[in-house]
Design a protein around this ligand. Structure first.
Ligand code: SF4
Ligand code: SF4
Length: 369
């Protein structure tokens, strides 16, 4: 086996080959340190942990019922590419969307990975439980999941399809699709599981979990939905760049209006930011250049379990949100179901208490941010 210096050199050579300079890699490590809740001065430690990973961590990446949008988000990330960095750290032994092998050859790779074990299993997509609605290699997807979950050391469910079923599990859910946690429960398998809800997953979240694992040797602290608190500890609304407009009662009421051109708050256009827990405004997409509200669209709440049913229709405003400057509570959006209304009321109550006490939101488990 190569020693640490050799591995570090191999790693840096691989980065250079991919056009990433060491300076840029360190810059990326600095940004990742902040993302993980450390100071930027922690960057060299992160770089060392990555460079000195003496054994590449094997990964098996399974695709079930989805549009492969999470793989797309992962491989299309650019400068300095989290995807490239991750691929230099990890050995992605099996990913049927991007691997060159196919058919019998691909199956053999999967069998070999299972025999060797010790891999991180990444799950993309929901798991159909209705017979014949999702097959790989002539096996039901639930069976494929069962076979490959067993030898894994930990499971990352990436994207809302994998966590709770997402779009493919939206009502009426004809394929009876379930998420990874539910599949583990039904199969009686116990494994460390990290849920990265979002549609698609943010590649930065995936990098963050992996770097956390390399640095500390464990998965990050999770909230009660199994999501890393470092990414899901605050609401969109708390960090939104349009929050001052919300607080001042300045809203977009019609797309194409002057208010829209002034980037007023999108709450009345259906924004689910007050009910959605994710770091999207801080971490953003596409190398931290933009995110949904910045691009002009209301947050549709895709970081929340069950969002496809809970938050439909996506352009209808949330009920029960107290608007600054108005006496009462907004009643609108009567088409949103009773479950959403109850969840909203609970969320807003928590939000009001937390904001009132500390001036900032608290996380769902009570920790102050
Ligand atoms: S309602 Fe939406 S657009 Fe308005 S401040 Fe909150 S998150 Fe931002
Ligand atoms: S801002 Fe909202 S809709 Fe956009 S990715 Fe984040 S949680 Fe999903």
């Amino acid at each position: 086996m190569a020693n640490k210096d050799e591995v570090s050199k191999q790693f840096l050579d691989a980065l250079e080959f991919r056009g990433i300079k060491r300076r840029d890699f360190l810059k990326y490590c600095g940004a990742t340190a902040i993302l993980l809740g450390f100071s930027e001065s922690f960057a060299p430690k992160i770089a060392a942990a990555i460079e000195n990973a003496t054994k590449r961590q094997p990964v098996v990446w399974l695709n079930f019922a989805s549009d492969s949008g999470c793989t797309e988000a992962f491989i299309k990330a650019t400068y300095p590419s989290p995807a490239q960095v991750i691929l230099d750290i990890l050995s992605v032994d099996y990913n049927e969307t991007i691997m060159a092998a196919a058919g019998k050859q691909a199956e053999e790779i999967l069998v070999k990975s299972r025999q060797e074990g010790g891999y991180i299993l990444i799950v993309e997509g929901g798991i159909p439980t209705k017979k014949g609605h999702g097959m790989i290699g002539n096996k039901e997807m639930l069976e494929v999941f069962k076979e490959n979950a067993g030898p894994a050391i930990a499971i990352l469910a990436i994207g809302s399809c994998a966590t709770t079923g997402g779009v493919p599990a939206a009502k009426p859910n004809p394929s009876q699709i379930i998420g990874t946690a539910e599949a583990l429960k039904r199969l009686g398998i116990s494994k460390p599981l990290v849920n990265l809800d979002l549609c698609p997953v943010n590649p930065e979240y995936l990098v963050g979990v992996v770097v956390n694992f390399l640095l500390l040797g464990k998965i990050p602290d999770l909230d009660h939905f199994g999501r890393p608190k470092m990414f899901y500890g605050q609401t969109i609304h708390d960090n939104c760049e349009r929050r001052a407009h919300f607080d001042a009662g300045r809203f977009v009421e019609v797309f194409g209006s002057k208010e829209e051109s002034l980037n007023y708050c999108l709450y009345k256009m259906g924004c689910k930011g007050p009910m959605t827990w994710s770091a999207c405004p801080k971490i953003q997409y596409n190398d931290r250049t933009s995110w949904c509200v910045k691009a002009g669209g209301p947050c549709i709440g895709c970081a929340e379990p069950g969002w496809t049913d809970k938050f439909a229709g996506f352009y209808e405003r949330l009920p029960g949100v107290k608007i600054p400057g108005m006496d009462g509570v907004e009643a609108g959006a009567d088409k949103i179901g009773a479950i959403a209304a109850a969840a909203t009321a609970a969320g807003i109550a928590l939000h009001a208490v937390a904001t009132g006490v500390s001036g900032r939101i608290k996380d769902k488990d009570g920790g102050e941010k």
